[in-house]
Design a protein. Structure first.
Length: 314
């Protein structure tokens, strides 16, 4: 009898990507879902799908005009009035202010979906002097999660979903050079660094939240069309439109996957996992380095200036 072929651990994402997707039909009636980066791509599809399931959508976004347009769409799908809060995710002060406004307004938060993200081909710094991809993809989502942590424990059972990426496999994470000052900047490396850091803090937050009724998982949203690289200029946008986007899938599959992770009874109590859409997958080995992960967790707390506050004493 021939031995069944098994993918090696480093290629587990190929196996997971070929599996059929799981589905949910669970009502989200009245559930309060906070979603970042909601006005296009994956975040937009997640908001639409969750609204169809009856959830109240609370958006943390950059564009008022796009948020207003999305609110108009959601009003046709759900009896719950959508709401948005404005912040540029490259400005951590704005993110902190907007998240604290959400905290003050909502005594209950059932689901947090950290989706906002960017990909850049050239090095840029934020107003806080942080490398922009790392700040938007990791620090901003870490800040939102940290501020809402205790409220979500009070709201338990509740779920946190980090929209991560297979791009974490590019790595690029060097804790002593997060701003890429001492090495050549690369778009894949910087993106990989941000997503690796996000994954590493998922493991740490999962430990922190044990027995608190809050689950936290990360997921790859699939190879789907989005506006994630739209900051990269005319040539990149041309390349993306004509040579990349035609081969990518409709982001509706991402919305369905996020809805499953946010609603399915099968996900109740499941935490500290990485999913390729709805199928569990083994992350890259470097993302499982818990020693480095603890250092990234502590470093991230300092960078978002919450290391002296008691938000993690849960």
């Amino acid at each position: 009898m021939s031995k069944k072929f098994e993918f090696p651990p480093e290629l587990d994402f190929i196996r997971a990507g070929r599996l059929p997707q799981k589905v949910s039909t669970t009502s989200m009636d009245g559930k309060i879902c906070v979603i970042t980066g909601t006005t296009s791509g994956v975040g937009y599809q997640a908001a639409i799908r969750l609204a169809k399931a009856g959830a109240k959508i609370v958006m943390l976004v950059r564009s008022k005009e796009k948020a207003e347009n999305l609110c108009a769409e959601i009003r046709l799908l759900s009896s719950y009035e959508p709401e948005y809060f404005l912040a540029d995710f490259a400005n951590l002060s704005e993110v902190k202010k907007a998240t604290e406004e959400i905290l003050a307004k909502y005594a209950k938060i059932d689901v947090l979906i950290n989706n906002a993200g960017i990909h850049l081909t050239t090095r840029q710094l934020t107003i806080d002097s942080y490398e922009k991809v790392f700040a938007v993809n990791h620090l901003a989502s870490f800040l939102v999660t940290s501020i809402l942590l205790k409220q979500m424990i009070k709201s338990a059972p509740s779920r946190i979903i980090q929209v991560n990426s297979e791009g974490h496999r590019f790595n690029g994470l060097q804790i002593d050079d997060l701003n890429w000052e001492n090495r050549k900047y690369g778009g894949y490396g910087s993106y990989g660094a941000s997503k690796t850091a996000q994954l590493m803090t998922v493991w740490e937050l999962n430990d922190l939240l044990k027995n608190k009724g809050v689950t936290i998982n990360a997921m790859h949203p699939g190879a789907v069309k989005s506006n994630i690289g739209s900051y990269n200029g005319k040539f990149y946008n041309w390349f993306s439109k004509y040579l990349m986007q035609p081969f990518l899938k409709n982001p509706e599959i991402s919305g369905e996957a996020i809805y499953y992770l946010a609603s399915s009874p099968e996900m109740e109590g499941v935490s500290g996992k990485f999913y390729n859409l709805t199928n569990e997958e083994m992350p890259a080995p470097h993302a499982l380095n818990r020693e480095l992960g603890k250092r990234i967790f502590e470093k991230s707390k300092k960078l978002i200036q919450l290391d002296k506050e008691n938000v993690y004493e849960v």
